[in-house]
Structures are given as C-alpha cells and as structure tokens.
Design a protein around this ligand. Structure first.
Ligand SMILES: CC(C)(COP(=O)(O)OP(=O)(O)OC[C@H]1O[C@@H](n2cnc3c(N)ncnc32)[C@H](O)[C@@H]1OP(=O)(O)O)[C@@H](O)C(=O)NCCC(=O)NCCS
Length: 180
C-alpha cells in the first residue's frame, strides 16, 4: 500500500500544480494566473503527496443552482447544490498506484459531508491516455449522461495550448459528462 498525505492547496504548491497540469493535459492548459483565479473560487482544492513529491491535485467547484456562473452542462438539475470535479491529475510517474482513486474518494467524502443533497458532475476527458479511469467513476456510482465533441476547441485556441492527446491546436477531444 502506497503511503500518501492529502493536503489543502496553498500558494506554495502552485508551481507544482502547473507542472502536473503541463505534463498531464498539455503545456499551458493551466496558466499560473488561471490557477490563482481558480483557487479564489468557492470549492475544494487538494493535493496528494507521496515520496515527498506533490504527485497529484484536484480542483472542485461548488455552486448553488441559482449562481450565474454555473457551467452550461450543470443547469436544470434537481438539487440546488452542485459540485463539479473540474480537474483531477496525477503525474505519469505516479499513475496507476491508486492515488487518483484515493484523492477522488477523499474529495467525494468531503462534498457529501458538506452537503446532504448534492449533484456531482465530472467532465471527463475521453481521449486521455488514462481514459480507463472512467471505470473507477462507474464503481463510485457515477453514470455517463452526455458526450460533448470538441469540447475544448475554443479554449485551446484562446489559450494557445497543445492538448497532450491532439498534440496540435485546436484540441478536438471530447468531454464525457458523468454525474453522481
Ligand atoms: C486519470 C488519473 C487522474 C488517474 O490517476 P491514477 O493515480 O493513475 O489513478 P489510479 O491509480 O487510481 O488508477 C485507476 C485506473 O485508471 C486507469 N488508468 C490510470 N492511469 C492510466 C494510464 N496511464 N494508462 C492506462 N490506464 C490508466 C486504470 O484503469 C487504473 O486502474 P488499474 O491500474 O487497476 O488498471 C491520472 O491517470 C491522470 O492524471 N491522467 C491524465 C489526466 C486525466 O486523464 N485526468 C482525468 C480525466 S479528466
């Protein structure tokens, strides 16, 4: 069993998060200034440490259904509390050791502790090398509700990043939306 520590994110971890994101999603998928803005939102932001290394991170945003800034895909649902697992990543060197599942499970427990009734969304990158991770989502009770082709197309043009799967701009990957 791998030993690990889960911590809330603070400023000292921002450059480690940028480097995990560059590695997993593509260079500049997250800019330092984007990470800083993200961390000011209402949410849960955690890292997982093993081997004295920040091996992974997860950003979750929390919304009320009345919020104006709620993502389009989360509109019109039955609960008024919504959580979106926006980004989950583990450095390739530490993948397939269980850390992603551990971090996600920890965060789901946090969300459920905070909210009795909540709808949780996971916008999942379908072309990821680790797309088999969707099996973990199913095990945890998620189901797929919709597929969005070319979901990051405009994002990749606007932010000029090369997705790790497409290796060119624009990104043509699909997002599969899972819901719990
Ligand atoms: C998805 C991710 C967060 C999972 O983290 P992790 O620590 O590797 O997760 P786990 O070790 O708990 O793995 C769970 C399952 O995911 C799948 N998986 C994870 N990494 C994989 C890889 N590199 N290749 C193939 N399958 C992989 C496997 O099915 C694995 O189970 P198994 O090892 O028993 O076969 C991580 O692989 C990652 O950051 N990938 C790149 C970014 C990404 O795809 N994020 C999620 C989609 S939005």
């Amino acid at each position: 069993m791998i030993s690990y520590k889960i911590k809330n994110i603070d400023n000292q971890y921002i450059s480690a998060i940028k480097s995990i994101s560059d590695n997993c999603f593509g260079y500049n998928f997250l800019l330092i200034k984007t990470i800083k803005t993200n961390l000011r939102q209402n949410g849960i932001f955690k890292i997982i440490i093993t081997d004295n290394t920040v091996a992974g991170f997860c950003f979750v945003y929390k919304y009320l259904s009345t919020n104006n800034n709620i993502p389009e895909f989360a509109k019109n649902n039955k609960t008024d509390k919504i959580a979106v697992i926006q980004t989950l990543a583990v450095l390739p060197k530490y993948q397939r050791k269980g850390l992603g599942t551990i971090l996600l499970t920890d965060i789901l427990a946090d969300i459920k502790k905070q909210y009795k009734k909540v709808t949780i969304y996971y916008p999942f990158w379908a072309e990821s090398k680790s797309a088999n991770f969707y099996k973990i989502l199913i095990k945890l009770g998620f189901s797929k509700v919709k597929e969005y082709p070319h979901y990051w197309h405009n994002d990749s043009l606007n932010n000029n990043y090369r997705c790790a799967a497409c290796k060119s701009i624009p990104c043509e990957c699909s997002m599969h939306l899972y819901k719990l």
